[in-house]
Design a binder for this molecule. Structure first.
Ligand code: CP
Ligand code: NVA
Length: 271
């Protein structure tokens, strides 16, 4: 199994590497600069060669177009380990964690508060596919696109809000992600407006009301759980009280990456 990481990773690398090992496979982790891809070999040629040597390939990169090009030319399964727009393996673990807590997914309300990231987008797509009502609250300028196309068969709903309490109201799971995603360090917004330190300050100020704390959890359903894809920044998007407290399932969620990804690999590779 080739696992190409063009960006840093703790959980995704550990969970895939150990998961492949547990399945009896051999994970080959490839870091930036280790492949001829970094010296101009095309995604097409890389895909053709990978297809002759490994059973499947996962990639973490910035541009979704690079992953799409690799997948277009590969003759083996290609899976997304995080791109600028999507983080589907994370969302699989998130849904597994919610189902462990409530026994079902259909009809549950999943509220995400914060930046309209790759994580939020994948939750919207997979959550609705699983029949959940996904509520996403972001400050103006940081929202997901309001015309996000949901997959065929998605029976849940996706609603975008600006008010975090409105999204959290009645939610079974309350979720957040970092304020500054990989690749966003230099700029305030996806469009690159107001970059630098001023941009970072503007981003923090805009996102501060979207922090998951005990008060926001109190606005959710009585048995609501708190989720976070990690890495966390306690005091920014989530308080330490919630991150290490009794209502979180965040560390189970991190573990579940491995379990659900093993199921994904079986699904992709079983004859
Ligand atoms: N949640 C997640 O994908 O973590 P890593 O960036 O550490 O892989
Ligand atoms: N939105 C974050 C997720 C990290 C797992 C990022 O892209 O950096």
């Amino acid at each position: 199994m080739a696992l190409i990481f063009e960006k840093p990773s703790t959980r995704t690398r550990l969970s895939f590497e150990m998961g492949v090992y547990e399945l009896g496979g051999h994970p080959v982790v490839l870091r930036p600069g280790e492949m001829q891809l970094s010296r101009g070999e095309s995604a097409r040629d890389t895909a053709l060669v990978l297809s002759r040597q490994v059973a499947a390939v996962g990639m973490r990169t910035g541009p979704d177009s690079l992953l799409a090009e690799l997948a277009e030319h590969a003759q083996i399964p290609v899976f997304n380990m995080l791109t600028a727009l999507h983080h589907p393996c994370q969302a699989l673990a998130d849904l597994m964690t919610v189902r462990e807590a409530f026994g079902t997914l259909t009809g549950l309300r999943l509220a995400y508060v914060g930046d309209g990231t790759n994580v939020a987008r994948s939750l919207g797509i997979l959550g609705t596919l699983a029949g959940m009502d996904v509520a996403i609250a972001s400050p103006p300028g940081y929202s997901l696109e309001d015309d996000l196309s949901l997959p065929p068969g998605a029976e849940g709903s996706l609603t975008l809000y600006h008010d975090p309490r409105e999204a959290a109201s009645g939610a079974h799971a309350l979720y957040t992600d970092v304020w500054v995603s990989m690749g966003d360090e230099a700029g305030a917004k996806a469009g690159g407006e107001a970059g630098g330190e001023a941009g970072a300050q503007e981003r923090r100020a805009a996102l501060a009301p979207y922090r998951i704390d005990d008060a926001l959890l109190d606005a959710a359903a009585p048995d609501a759980i708190a989720l976070h894809c990690l890495p966390a920044h306690p005091g920014e998007e989530i308080t330490a009280e919630v991150l290490y407290g009794p209502r979180q399932r965040i560390w189970d969620q991190a573990e579940n990456r491995r379990h659900v990804q093993k199921a994904l690999l079986e699904f992709l590779l079983a004859a």
